[in-house]
Write a protein that binds this ligand. Sequence first.
Ligand SMILES: NC(=O)c1ccc[n+]([C@@H]2O[C@H](COP(=O)([O-])OP(=O)(O)OC[C@H]3O[C@@H](n4cnc5c(N)ncnc54)[C@H](OP(=O)(O)O)[C@@H]3O)[C@@H](O)[C@H]2O)c1
Length: 270
Amino acid sequence: MRTRVAFLGAGRIARALAGGLLRNEEDSWELVASTRTRESGETFGRAFPQARLYPEERNRDLVQESQIIFLCVKPQEVRGVLQQIRPATAGKWIISVAAGISLAAMAAEVAPSARLLRAMPNLPSLLGRGVTPYCLGPGWGADDRERAKKLLQRFGEAVEIEERFFPLLTVLVGCGPAYFCAFLAPLFRFAAESGLPAAAARRMLLATFSGTAELLKQTSLDPSEAVQESRTPGGITHAALTILEEGEWQETLRRALDAAWSRAKTLEKT
Ligand SMILES: NC(=O)c1ccc[n+]([C@@H]2O[C@H](COP(=O)([O-])OP(=O)(O)OC[C@H]3O[C@@H](n4cnc5c(N)ncnc54)[C@H](OP(=O)(O)O)[C@@H]3O)[C@@H](O)[C@H]2O)c1
């Protein structure tokens, strides 16, 4: 039997999650999604032509007709959406990926029998290569806990973890792909400006970075040790890293992480 899954909010992360869900077993899931504007829905619809799309005014109907609800709106929109759907939430699984919205804040807005799950997925969920830290609200039975974990494993690794870590995990896991890609973008530009054909550059740079990630994964090598492995004194890597160090790039990155963490913690308190 097909399970109907509703995405309330069908933007960036909803597209990644829907793609992860539909990866191999398209027949198991029936997707419905709602957005605020038509344009947003059309982008989702182009990616998933089998999904049925609705305007936000129909959120409650979507919840009524679905077993599993992914709440993928921006944090400031969560409470309003929960108040709108409240009468339809009894017994439903409500999975929120919104940064800064606690299980307790959600529980105050939905039917007591709704099963709440808070998650912080990331973009590689699209390929089943993401990681999803999650925590559960009260009332989940043992079988449903297992089913919920299996559902999240469609997106990659699923890690149950205490809710107090969520602001930090937002900074590291949710935002992580953006740091990596921000670092990668100038390397792509440099390769293009220096005359390497774009396809070859893309292939080799991505292989270099995914191979390095795999190296760290499969060995006990710490990233700082790995730097020293490729940094021969007086060598070419050394020349590059010296410039980065003169620019105090590690301190800059640290300030960026502190800023993100502080923002995530503030959001959690509002
Ligand atoms: N992006 C990520 O990598 C990522 C990772 C982890 C968690 N998250 C969390 O995911 C949530 C969404 O982020 P995003 O990056 O996907 O944002 P986004 O691309 O702006 O998507 C938000 C979606 O919500 C829709 N929406 C707004 N109000 C709505 C309503 N009342 N009912 C139904 N849909 C409504 C928007 O429609 P319109 O476009 O028409 O306004 C849009 O489709 C945030 O809470 C964020 O913390 C994001």
